[in-house]
Design a protein around this ligand. Structure first.
Ligand code: SF4
Length: 319
């Protein structure tokens, strides 16, 4: 497992990704015209930003440099990132800061619940950095956050996007026992690209994690996603779909990888909207209840609307 320790935290100009600082630049091809995003300059965006800052919260929207932030924040949809802004892994695709994180903020579950209430969210998405430094990987903190939101916002449905809790016995069970409505864990890429793209993780561990959630509580919706454009082959994407269906996963997201900086993994290819559409068609034939596949699809993009569709799809399933 890759764990990057921050040994230079006293240095105010410490790079965001010290482990990548000395890598050669990896140039990507220019973005095609189908990758267009809304500028973040609306009133709704400003309101969301204010509430996030007032509650001292971190969002993956900002930390990951998500291209959808203008659209989502305008509608007051933010994805909270708990347990700090510093991740103990160093994935080649991710813009979240790497290093040794600080201690957990014990009031954070309450702050997240309060921000959910202030934003009036019908559906909230909570994710986290990887916390390999904690004995339970942060599982209990996730569970506390779910419980705090339930208490303060009982009508809000809760989606979590978790790390893999690799080698943390009992962590998954702790989170599942708190009963999120949707349990999302992203595979991120096809297995042949793991060593380069997601070196701290294990593909079949992630598949098994999703399968275990369903075994523990079949009422929880399970969800996973991958990025394309990282050098994968089409047949590998189709195999990932089969593996996820074997684990009884309900919802698949597929989006275009975009390079956060030139030190990150290069974009190998921009997948066309037509190819995304074809992936979506194939995924539905394989039995997913919901599929979202488009260049700007992200795990939490339109999560509220998609959750309503997910519920409807389950209700319409033949018994
Ligand atoms: S897609 Fe998700 S991460 Fe991106 S801005 Fe929207 S809510 Fe935030």
């Amino acid at each position: 497992m890759v764990v990057v320790l921050d040994t230079v935290s006293a240095n105010p100009v410490r790079p965001r990704h010290p482990e990548k600082a000395n890598r050669p630049d990896a140039p990507s091809p220019p973005k095609p015209d189908w990758i267009r995003v809304r500028a973040p300059n609306t009133r709704g965006y400003a309101d969301t930003r204010r509430i996030v800052k007032e509650n001292g919260l971190v969002t993956v929207c900002e930390e990951a440099g998500c291209p959808n932030i203008g659209e989502c924040w305008d509608k007051k949809h933010a994805t909270f990132m708990i347990m700090g802004d510093t991740c103990t892994r160093a994935c080649a695709f991710c813009n979240v800061k790497t290093g040794m994180p600080g201690a957990l903020e014990s009031s954070e579950p309450e702050y997240v619940a309060e921000a959910t209430r202030k934003l009036g969210l019908a559906h909230v998405v909570v994710t986290s950095v990887d916390r390999d430094d904690l004995d339970d990987g942060g599982a209990e903190h996730f569970a506390q956050t779910i419980r705090a939101i339930r208490e303060r916002c009982p009508a809000t449905t809760i989606e979590i996007l978790t790390p893999d809790f690799l080698r943390k016995d009992g962590a998954l069970e702790t989170v599942a026992a708190a009963k999120p409505d949707v349990f999302n864990h992203n595979l991120e890429t096809v297995p042949s690209r793991y060593l380069t793209v997601r070196p701290g993780a294990r593909y079949f561990h992630s598949i098994r994690l999703l399968q275990r959630v369903k075994e523990i509580d079949p009422t929880i919706f399970t969800k996973s996603g991958i990025m394309v454009g990282l050098g994968e082959e089409r047949h590998e994407v189709l195999q990932v779909m089969d593996d996820l269906r074997s684990a009884d996963v309900d919802f698949l997201t597929i989006g275009q990888y975009l390079q956060p900086t030139r030190k990150h993994h290069a974009v190998m290819r921009y997948v066309t909207p037509e190819e995304f559409s074809a992936y979506e068609t194939v995924a539905y034939t394989k039995g997913f209840l919901m599929v979202s596949a488009s260049p700007l699809t992200r795990s939490s993009h339109h999560a509220g609307e998609d959750f309503a569709k997910l519920q409807a799809a389950r209700a319409n399933q033949p018994r």
